[in-house]
Design a protein around this ligand. Sequence first.
Ligand code: SF4
Length: 425
Amino acid sequence: MKPFLSEIASGPLARRSSRTAKIVYGKKEVLIGGNAPVVVQSMTNTDTADVIGTAIQIKDLARAGSELVRITVNNQEAAAAVPAIREQLDRMGVDVPLIGDFHYNGHILLRDYPECAQALSKYRINPGNVGQGAKRDTQFAQMIEMACRYDKPVRIGVNWGSLDQDLLARIMDENASLADPRTAQSVMYQALITSAIENAQRAEELGLGSDKIILSCKVSGVQDLIAVYRELSARCDYPLHLGLTEAGMGSKGIVASTAAMGVLLQEGIGDTIRISLTPEPGGDRCREVIVGQEILQTMGLRKFTPMVIACPGCGRTTSTVFQELADDIQTFLRDQMPVWKKQYPGVENMNVAVMGCIVNGPGESKHANIGISLPGTGESPAAPVFIDGTKAMTLRGDRIAEEFQAIVLDYVQKRYGSAAEVESN
Ligand code: SF4
């Protein structure tokens, strides 16, 4: 065997160099791009005209950790509701900046509903949906004029389901005249990227600051997204919004989004992410926020919430006790975070291990801040608990879950409560 000669490198490639856009609401500022942490954002699926329903969902998304929330502004009722939604959020103490998603009639709605234009912190413009033919340029210019007037950043968000057909035709013609024409797939990539960059340049020509522009080129295939963003990131220095559009439902949506974004984030590409999951009927919209956070946290790019390390279980665990305990503790930790992140700074770095038996249980538990190793089949009915690598106690009986939760809470208060006191002094 060769001697151990050099460092084994770990971690993502250097972050792509980009401008920084600032999204502001009141005193709240969210930075996208530059050296700012990758931002998690989400989108509501309520009828925006339903002020209370939309405000409640925005509050839930923000509480789950969404740093920006996008709402569709699709008609007059929605535009009229936006200021009322903002006021309702203010009353609830929710300061998350709101993004308005505009298609087809955004130029009219922003013009006719100035309070809506003001209440939003950012506009999303889809260049494929701002109008056809000669109207297209005029209506795009009207939206940019509103962004300039209200001093709002915009995302120029291209989507291959609504690609500007005139531009696509132009690029196809250019391709046809080449001696060695590119593939249809390559033409599609080129059209997406060109649409984003040309419209960004046009927005700058119309007076919008280059630090007020964020780009996205969303597609629904993993390899397509990776190819498009690699090229887009090389061709401009605008901050990039990553998202796999129509990612899908359940595990497929999560896996596809994670596969695509994992590759790009590892290459230093991407400044804000949104996971476009289709919720199951009755499902929780906040799932897309949790998945986004977990992608970033498991890649070591950000810390949001204490992580639970749990073994998968096997034939050595014949009951569901340890699965339930792992789930309970993960839910408990996540539910506490809106309060804990203010009360216990640094708690998001904590690791908790919940293991099913003695094979890997004590070892993994010792590596965590707190770990519990539950008894597997045939083992003595005792659950040793390790705190900071040392066996601290053994739990027995029917109340192991409650007792372990109390131990975790006590640890958090002692370990991170003092950090809060030091910071406030
Ligand atoms: S720690 Fe024990 S229960 Fe968990 S997977 Fe390993 S052997 Fe199975």
